[in-house]
Ligand binder design. Structure first.
Ligand SMILES: [Zn+2]
Length: 267
């Protein structure tokens, strides 16, 4: 009989993030159905299942077939909810997500549906990202704030946070909805959802039912709800824009022989 350590290897840079992931995997392993799924995953891939904990990843969890690894970020769960069979929206938990990914790890995909879906999704995501990037905001209403903040990176950060929350985040949400519609209408994606995602949801529901928790609807396209744009995306986006702003400003100053504290500048 295989032990936990023969079947599963949990690792990551931050012990505080690794601990809850390891605990959740142990909880799943403690159930007969959980242990059976890990044994099946091991049999299918002839090696242990890796769980890589990454606090910088901007989605909660996923399973990667080519490395036979689950990638998870405990910090990213906050932005998502799931829809129950009765239509309620509840927060995701670690056990649910890891049970879901573990089923993927144990589920053969001889037709390569995962890869076909990934290709289709990449095309749609590319277009959705372009839509989000093309977001607009009323630049003139920020001009005065930018002038006041020109030597104050903290203030600049606040301005870009405001632009993110009020203009960029809504663009991300609408591109997310657009993406969902493309996936639902695409026959290849639909087949992947039915044959690969629905069984994973059914398994997470089985594990969660042991803890008296409600089931998630099996229709994957409707089963996850984005509550907020991830804090990681927000802070990366803001940092990029502040850096770009400062670089552009410094180049402008250098080109015009202006010192940073020159109060005569109007722009
Ligand atoms: Zn899945």
């Amino acid at each position: 009989m295989a032990d936990f350590d023969d079947l599963i290897y949990v690792f990551g840079d931050d012990p505080a993030l690794v601990a809850p992931v390891k605990k959740a995997m142990e909880e799943i392993y403690a159930l007969p159905e959980g242990k059976a799924i890990f044994e099946e995953a091991h049999r299918l891939h002839s090696k242990f299942l890796t769980v890589y904990v990454d606090g910088k990843q901007d989605y909660p969890s996923g399973y990667e077939d080519k490395t036979h690894a689950i990638r998870v970020n405990p910090l990213a769960f906050k932005g998502y909810a799931f829809r129950t069979e009765t239509g309620e929206k509840l927060p995701f938990c670690m056990v649910r997500a890891l049970a879901h990914e573990s089923e993927h790890a144990a589920h053969p995909d001889p037709l390569g549906l995962t890869e076909q879906y990934a290709k289709r999704l990449k095309t749609f995501q590319h277009e959705a990202a372009r839509q989000a990037r093309d977001f607009t905001y009323p630049k003139s209403s920020y001009t005065q704030q930018f002038i006041t903040a020109r030597s104050d990176p903290e203030r600049l950060k606040q301005i870009y946070q405001d632009i993110f929350d009020n203009h960029y985040a809504p663009a991300v949400f609408s591109s997310f909805e657009w993406l969902r519609n493309q996936v639902i209408q695409d026959p290849t994606c639909k087949r992947y959802l039915d044959e690969i995602e629905s069984p994973a949801i059914a398994f997470e529901n089985l594990i969660m039912s042991k803890q008296g928790q409600p089931g998630r609807i099996l229709d994957y396209a409707q089963a996850a709800v984005k509550k907020e744009v991830s804090p990681q995306l927000r802070s990366n986006w803001v940092a990029d824009y502040v850096a770009f702003h400062i670089k552009r400003r410094d180049a402008f100053y250098a080109a015009n022989g202006i010192k940073d504290d020159d109060s005569s500048i109007r722009w």
